[in-house]
Design a binder for this molecule. Structure first.
Ligand code: RB5
Length: 153
């Protein structure tokens, strides 16, 4: 897979470990995060990663900040992106299977690197099921594209 990884200053070490881990599994990983611990605004990395995912230049993304929240919020502002913060593998797997997540996010101040590896493994190996979930994911796109949801009117 071709992936993008992004992070802020709280997550440099974890980014490096997860990037190396993904590469050791044969994935190509583009780094759009910071490589220093100087203060770095998480929307920058979230936005850059999201643009690569939304354009189809990469197959998916991994985003890490202190909690995973800020960087995923930034990514989710880009049309076509479904970034999910997950602190354990079950939610990560289901976020792909049911919600067709295209970015996984987590917090370097929340989980350890071994758990982060399990999360990315489950997420990468999961497949979107479509079927009954497709209608709901389409509703997410409808809200994003029109600002409205017909089913809620
Ligand atoms: C940085 O202090 C911190 O706010 C950031 O890494 C992240 O947790 C925000 O959601």
């Amino acid at each position: 897979m071709k992936l993008v990884i992004g992070n802020d200053h709280t997550a440099v070490e974890m980014k490096n470990e997860i990037k190396a881990y993904l590469e050791s599994k044969g994935h190509e990983v583009i780094n759009v995060g910071t490589d220093t611990t100087d203060r770095f605004h998480y929307p920058v990395a979230g936005y850059k990663a999201a643009k690569l995912v939304a354009s189809g230049e990469v197959d998916g993304g991994v985003l890490i900040c202190g909690t995973g929240v800020g960087i995923s919020l930034a990514a989710n502002k880009v049309k076509g992106v479904r970034a999910c913060v997950c602190s354990e593998p079950y939610t990560a797997k289901l976020s792909k299977m049911h919600n067709n997540s295209n970015i996984i996010a987590f917090g370097a101040r929340v989980i350890g690197v071994e758990l982060a590896k399990m999360i990315v493994d489950e997420w990468i190996n999961a497949e979107y099921e479509g079927g009954r979930h497709a209608e709901r994911v389409a509703m997410l796109s409808e809200i994003e594209e029109t600002g409205h949801l017909k089913a809620a009117e």
